[in-house]
Write a protein that binds this ligand. Sequence first.
Ligand code: HEC
Length: 196
Amino acid sequence: MRSRDALLATVLILGAAACVTQTSSSRPPERPTVGFGHPISEADVAPWNIDIRTTDGRGLPSGRGSVAQGKVVYEAKCIACHGPEAKGGAMYGTMVGGIGSFKTNSRVVTPGSMYPYAPILFDYVRRSMPMDRPLSMTADEVYAVSAYILHLNGLVPADAVLDQATLPKVQMPNRDGFMLDDRPDTRAVRCMRGCK
Ligand code: HEC
């Protein structure tokens, strides 16, 4: 062994011994703690968890609103874009009527003519309206303005009060107007695990 190699070998052995001595005499190093964040709880998630099962309203929040209250909300927050009595305004066409028009050549799409379930109206309005301030309304305001729009469409009476129990019971005229697309090339088999 040349002397330089011998020196290197000695250094390596000493180094290894030092390592052994160190690990055998002290505990493994502790994980550094950064102190950021905390475990997430159901309550933390709740403000974001606004899913509603629109067929039966599961997940609708508590709260309530009447047609009369909805008219006040509508005139303060919606009329600028949707026009008086939701008959069409600067930003969007009518949200009233058109019921039955899907069977004609002049289809009019409104919540009354299209939505199969009333909780869809609540869900849509809560998530996206007013378009310039989405998610800014209370549940009471959303129930109320939904009641007002449903009333304008002739689907609830003028004294209706909607909440998580009564809204899903509103019968929408287009409830059975949808059909599953059964063309073979659109058939997708749902796969949750081990999918190809
Ligand atoms: C700044 C303008 C603006 C305001 C204010 C506004 N909307 Fe809208 N709204 C729109 C536009 C634009 C659309 C169409 C969106 C699209 O097709 O993607 C729309 C669509 C809708 C629809 C869907 C209509 C349908 O035929 O399916 C509903 C319901 C609705 N708005 C309710 C409301 C309510 C209730 C308010 C008040 C709380 C409101 N909007 C305030 C602009 C607005």
